[in-house]
Design a protein around this ligand. Structure first.
Ligand code: NDP
Length: 460
């Protein structure tokens, strides 16, 4: 590799989240001299206030159903189960400390220099951190996003998704504002943990952008589990009263709760980074504009992850990091430049209860793109619930382009939907046809076998 030795580093990464750490380690493994600056926690949003603690809390909430459902299978609990918030929260803190340590060792073992502090970009090849100026051939901005809360009377009384994990005491009455991933996940979590839970969303139906049938099914299932859904309304004001928080909605309804989570989206975390003085171009939504090599309008400035405004998902940031390193620090120049990263058919899961797993196009998107589509949809009671007494149902759905017979979308709402859709994501990406699905012998007895046994068209 032939990098300019006149710089202190070949790559200076700002932000040790999923994308920043992956880029730093991979570039270092390719022979680059790399430093990472981080002023908060190693592992970024995902490890500290996102995916990881969320999944742990979601597991905790699922026990609620498990205890109730066990009776039909012959179990008697010696006493009624009770939940202790402090135990969950403090165990979570310990686990995250362990993960922070792993990230530290990963960087160390890769030979990356970790600098504790908030870096500021001072020119196209230099940053300032802790009063020191450090030069680098390339600077990677991997600072992620930050929760954003709209302004209304009392909005300062809300907590955001960074704070909700560590509440001092368990909110017996909980309200979530928003209708995206974070809102539905936390509504399910606090409902499962035993809080009287409300979700307030300004639109007609939450999870905008997801398949409509999935959204409606999820609405019904969440309502059955006891989440109080308030659609087409918003928070007008919150007032602190003696016994809690008095929330007034725009439709006039008043609720009293112990905590309000604002889950109204995230914004790029660019304040104070110095990029404005360099004239780096932004997209209309304030995210950093990059080309397919992840170069900003100042080409020595690179960026990836939530800050560039693609799908805000850890695996996307990781894929971007691998791509970026192949472009800028190729291990073997003869490998040639990679093509642009393919953002189609990225599977995701929403860990509301029951979970949603989805890959490819919604029915509505497929109709708009292909015109003629076939829908195969099954809404059934999972075998477990024949004895459990639960009325939870499961939805599985395939969206097929009628002309090519290709399965262009697979959707599920039900237990372990994320685990099941991950496998189907390979089939959808590989552009397999409904005929391939039909030719696959199922695994019995599973819920997932439904995906290869749905034979009759639900609608065209
Ligand atoms: P989202 O952008 O997904 O959702 C924001 C929600 O807030 C929308 O329902 C939006 O409504 C609503 N909203 C926006 N502005 C206002 C306002 N002024 N007043 C009232 N409501 C408002 O953001 P999240 O915060 O839920 O999550 C951020 C991102 O993090 C997600 O998009 C996702 O990419 C990622 N994430 C992924 C997870 C996973 O993979 N399981 C889990 C958690 C987060 P409207 O729809 O009308 O615009």
């Amino acid at each position: 590799m032939n990098h300019e030795a006149s710089y202190d580093y070949d790559l200076f990464v700002i932000g040790a989240g999923s994308g920043g750490v992956r880029a730093a380690r991979t570039a270092a493994a390719a022979g680059a001299r790399v430093a990472v600056a981080e002023d908060r926690y190693l592992g970024g949003t995902c490890v500290n206030v996102g995916c990881v603690p969320k999944k742990l809390y979601s597991y905790a909430a699922h026990f609620h159903d498990a205890f109730e459902e066990s009776a039909g299978f012959g179990w008697t609990l010696a006493q009624a189960p009770s939940f202790d918030w402090a135990t969950l929260r403090d165990n979570k803190v310990e686990e995250i400390k362990r993960l922070n340590g792993i990230y530290n060792r990963l960087l160390d073992n890769a030979g990356v220099t970790l600098i504790n502090g908030r870096a500021k970009v001072v020119d196209a090849h230099a940053v300032e951190i802790n009063g020191e100026r450090i030069s680098a051939e390339k600077i990677l901005v991997a600072v992620g996003g930050w929760p954003w809360t709209p302004e209304f009377e009392g909005s300062e009384l809300t907590v955001n998704s960074n704070q909700v994990f560590d509440l001092d005491s368990f909110p017996q009455r909980f309200l979530v504002l928003g209708g995206g991933y974070i809102a539905v996940e936390f509504a399910s979590i606090f409902n499962g943990l035993g809080a009287d839970t409300h979700l307030v969303y300004r639109g007609e139906l939450f999870l905008r952008g997801f398949d409509n049938e999935v959204r409606e099914f999820t609405r019904d299932e969440m309502a059955k589990k006891g989440v109080n859904l308030h659609f087409e309304t918003n928070i007008q004001r919150i007032r602190q009263v003696e016994t809690g928080l008095e929330v007034t909605l725009t439709d006039g309804e008043q609720l009293e709760v112990d905590a309000v989570l604002s889950a109204t989206g995230r914004k790029p975390h660019l304040a104070g980074l110095g990029l404005d003085t360099l004239g780096v171009e932004l997209n209309a939504d304030g995210t950093l504009k990059v080309n397919e090599r992840y170069e900003a309008s100042v080409p020595s400035i690179l960026a990836l992850g939530d800050v560039i405004g693609g799908p805000e998902l850890t695996p996307v940031a990781l894929a971007e990091a691998m791509h970026l390193v192949q472009h800028h620090f190729p291990k073997d120049e003869s490998d040639g430049a990679p093509g642009p990263l393919d953002y189609d058919d990225i599977a995701t899961a929403v860990f509301c209860h029951p979970n949603i797993g989805t890959v490819g196009l919604s029915e509505e998107e497929a109709r708009a793109r292909y015109g003629a589509v076939r829908i195969y949809s099954a809404d059934f009671r999972p075998m477990k619930h024949t004895l459990s007494g639960s009325d939870e149902r499961c939805l599985m759905k395939l969206v097929v382009d009628d002309t090519s017979d290709r399965v262009v979308g697979a959707h599920m709402v039900g237990e372990e939907a994320g685990e099941i859709i991950q496998g189907l994501a390979i089939a959808v990406r590989a552009k397999l046809t409904k005929r391939d699905f039909d030719a696959t012998v199922g695994i019995h007895p599973t819920a997932a076998e439904e995906f290869v046994t749905m034979r009759s068209v639900t609608r065209r």
